[in-house]
Design a protein around this ligand. Structure first.
Ligand code: SF4
Length: 227
């Protein structure tokens, strides 16, 4: 069990959030409006796959399920990289069991550029960290990775995709990822529950789905939920 991009982002917001994901996920409460936002993000991501024309998607599910078969996705991605496929979507990589699936890899003269799709109008710090995690894993898998872009959502739906080059922000985060990924690996396997004190991390940058559990049934707005 390694660290995925989602694990890393959640664990860096709060290590206890990652621990609960691994050991007590049934305590999670995802508000309907957040689920709607996640679904809208997935739909925008699906639209963006075609932004550079024909593409190959790497998603493979375990037979009879909708659970991604990560090992099969990594193998399929490797085949397409070796074949020089121009646009590879959901390109999967694994390094010492740490895993990411990149939204879009686009071939260039010198290798591939990475595109991370976000259903948002502007660059946010957490988007840069998210892309940096992918950059870290992909580089460790010896792929010649050039520039890193965010694909943001324009207001104009006839021209919905806006790319922003964040390579200069992403590259310096390589060491920060390396400094934290192994500690998160260790923490997620720890048997005892982490006793992190609630604080600002409970709502920033994302409202935590374990908020009620850690705050004695209180919701972020002060309402009480029956646990
Ligand atoms: S509610 Fe706060 S302390 Fe509890 S897991 Fe979430 S972020 Fe961590």
């Amino acid at each position: 069990m390694g660290i995925t991009k989602t694990d890393f982002m959640r664990g860096m917001q709060c290590p206890k959030m990652l621990w609960l994901d691994k050991h007590r996920p049934k305590l999670k409460v995802i508000p309907p409006e957040i689920q709607e936002r996640l679904d809208a993000g997935n739909a925008f991501g699906d639209r963006a796959m075609g932004m550079f024309g024909p593409y190959e998607e790497m998603t493979v599910f375990r037979p009879g399920t909708t659970v991604p078969d990560k090992a099969a996705m990594v193998r399929r991605t490797q085949e397409h990289l070796e074949a020089g496929t121009p646009v590879i979507c959901e390109a999967a990589f694994m390094d010492y069991n740490n895993y990411c699936a990149a939204d879009i890899l686009r071939r260039t003269d010198r290798g591939y550029d990475l595109y991370e799709v976000k259903n948002a109008p502007e660059v946010r710090p957490q988007f840069v960290r998210d892309a940096a995690f992918q950059y870290y894993i992909i580089r460790r898998c010896h792929v010649k990775l050039g520039r890193v872009f965010l694909v943001l959502h324009n207001e104009d739906e006839s021209d919905p995709f806006r790319t922003v080059d964040i390579t200069a922000e992403v590259r310096p985060l390589y060491k920060w990822i390396n400094d934290n990924i192994w500690e998160l690996n260790r923490l997620q396997k720890q048997r005892e529950e982490l006793m992190t004190k609630p604080g600002a991390q409970c709502t920033e940058p994302y409202a935590c789905w374990y908020y009620a559990y850690c705050h004695g049934g209180q919701e972020p707005g002060g309402e009480t939920r029956t646990l």
